[in-house]
Each structure stands twice: as C-alpha cells, then as structure tokens.
Design a protein around this ligand. Sequence first.
Ligand code: UD1
Ligand code: UDP
Length: 377
Amino acid sequence: MKPAFIFGTRPEIIKLSPVIRAFLGRGVEPLLIHTGQHYDYEMSRVFLEELELPEIDYHLEVGSGTQAEQTGTAMIKIERVLIEEKPDVVVVQGDTNTVLAGALASVKLKIPVAHVEAGLRSFDRTMPEEINRILADHASEILFPPTEEAKRNLEREGITGNVYVTGNTIVDAVLQNAEVAEEKSDVLERLGLEPKEYLLITAHRAENTDSRENLRKLVEILENLPMRAVYPMHPRTRNRLKEFGLLKRVENIENLIITKPLGYLDFLKLERNAFAIMTDSGGIQEEAIILNVPCLTLRYNTERPETVEAGGNVLVGLEKERAMDYLRRLMEDPEFYEKMAKAKNPFGDGKAGERIAGILLELYKKGELRVKSSRFI
Ligand code: UD1
Ligand code: UDP
C-alpha cells in the first residue's frame, strides 16, 4: 500500500506524526509531501527533526500569500506530484489551506482522501478554517472524527459512510513526547521561570490579528496580566503588531517574556508547567486539557466544545474584564483551579494513530480504498 501524507503547517506535522509512525511500524513507508505553507525553521523543520520523521519526499515551497494564492498554488503543485506518484490514499489533517488544497486536488484525480480530525465545526463561516473544514470533509472518502460530537456534525451534513471515531492524534503526540520534553528541555531555566508560577500565552488567529481593533484588545489583555507570562509569538502576530504600530508596546510589558515560536519539546514543557494557558490555538486548547492545565480561550467560539463541556476551558474572547476575572478566580480559589485542572480529557486514549493506520490498511486489503460515485448508494 502506498499512502501519501500532505501537510504544510506546524500543527499538521505534530498531529500527523503518530499516524506516520503507525504506518512505519506496520512496515509501510508513506510518501511525505510538504507544501511549505510554513517555512521558517522554527515553524516547520524543528518539528520534523524533534519528531524524528523520515525525510520529506516533496517540498513544494508554496509559501505565504492570499487565501486563493496559497490554496491555488498548493493545488497545482500537489496535483503534479499525485499524477506522478499515484498513491492509494491521501491523508490530510485539520483545517488549513494545505488541507483544502490537498483534498480537492486528490479527489478530482479520483484518489481517495482520508481526513484526520474530521467533523470539527465552530459554526462561524467567517473563519477561513471553517470553510476549509467543511469543504475538506465533503471531498473526503474516509473520515476520522476525534469525538462522537464531531461525528454528529458530519451526520448533520449527510456524511455517514466510512466515518470512524478514533480519538485525536494530539493525545498520541502528547503521550509520545511529554516525558521526553520534561527530561530534555531546559526551557524553564533558559527563561528563568518556576513551575506553576507563569501563564503561557499564544494568539495567531486571523480574526484576532488581522484587525487593528482586535489586536489592540489583545494587547490590553497582555498589559493587565496579574502574573508573569511567556508568549512564543507566531510570525503572523509579530508582523501584524509591527504593521499596526503595536509591537514596541508589547515588548515593553514588564511581566511578559516574548520568544520566537518554540520547538515542540520546549513548548510541551512550558504547557505542562504553566499555571494556566491563554490561547486562540486549536491544538493548544486540546493539549491544555490533556496536560491538566486550565485554559482560557481568546475566542468567542470554539470547534473544540468538548473542552468547555468537560470544564477545562472557558471562552473569554478578547474581553479584558472577563479574562482578568477568570485569572483572579484561578489564583484565589484553589477549588475552582482544581476543578478546571482535573477536567477529563475528551480526546481519547492516545491510540488514534494506530487506529487510523489499521483502518486504512484494512480498507486497502478489502479493495475499499477508492472514490465511490455516491455516498448514498
Ligand atoms: C495557518 C492556518 C491556521 C493554523 C496555523 C497554524 C490557514 C487558513 N490557517 O495560519 O488554521 O492555526 O496555520 O500555525 O491555513 N509566516 C512566516 N513564516 C512562516 C509561516 C508564516 O513568517 O513559516 C507569516 C507570513 O507573514 C504569513 C503569515 O505568517 O503571511 C500567515 O501564515 P499562513 O500560513 O497564511 O497562516 P497562519 O496564520 O500560519
Ligand atoms: N506549538 C509549538 N511551539 C509554539 C507554539 C505551538 O510547538 O511556539 C505547538 C503546540 O504544542 C500545538 C501546535 O503547535 O501542538 C499548535 O499549533 P498552532 O497553535 O500554530 O495551530 P492550531 O492548532 O491553532 O491550528
């Protein structure tokens, strides 16, 4: 069997690594195609190295651009590789432009698409990711929703065949790397941080960074934090802060350490030892609940509602007062802290990668790995 993995950004590398490993463990060497949506060393290569993935077969060097430029360029370059390589299945993960490009290019060549982390919905169609999720799910043949809730989202849209709830591969990635991170990373010493005495912050979403007004609200939150904090900054946010004349203001906040984006081992160690996490990232909302760290999400909706329902995550949006209220409660009320920290991980047992590889191999053996003319017959 010849599976092809298409990925291009930091979270895709992290979340696909357990699936790639599971194939390798079964003696199948997958074809690895990197679109180059992320290209800085610390947004891409560092993860390939730390997660010890095999060499990439195709680097497509798509780079940055408008939504259509990035998606269109990726589609054109992916199509060329797929025509040449004729894989049995294309595996994509998540909701980036790389995923949409990979799914569209493949299905139109009648190569079946397997979508890992299918069925997530924020129900906010103004997010580029929501459009990508919906379209990628509908272009896919085999769907791997992480939870029953995600499966129900697919059902509501009429996608019921070849749907397998597997858990989220992020649990596998965390379990495979958290101990290594604890041993190998000296990030706390490097940054002069004590366990459970700092906040970990990330924010990079288009809706938070592309508008001056929203970015200013984010800066106001950062200026009012009641505790030391560390913010490994996504290049998109740094660029926007600079563009809107807000970077100096952020750099001058006394309590705040700003770093470049960090490698996975450093970042996992920072997450695990944080007092609490504030983020607009999808993957970090998941990792927080897996690592028993309270999470305040800097958004008004989430496609990970399971984390909120479990009690480990609160949506605070960009509302300074709301964010500060929750931070104060976490600091002053140990019972409230414990309750958030002990919320049960809804994303499975860390064997999602094994399940996904197993199911795809089984379908291949049965001759079922193909694009069918209809979902409904
Ligand atoms: C993308 C995904 C988002 C995901 C995020 C993971 C889409 C629509 N969005 O957002 O869902 O959460 O990746 O981090 O696909 N840049 C660099 N160096 C890099 C990469 C990007 O400087 O290596 C800068 C460029 O100025 C670029 C900007 O960041 O224009 C945005 O990058 P892009 O890949 O378009 O989207 P992300 O914000 O990273
Ligand atoms: N991450 C990392 N270094 C960082 C920030 C994030 O290794 O400086 C990891 C994090 O542990 C998680 C993933 O990157 O697994 C999340 O990526 P991101 O927030 O960029 O994207 P999203 O999940 O929102 O799509």
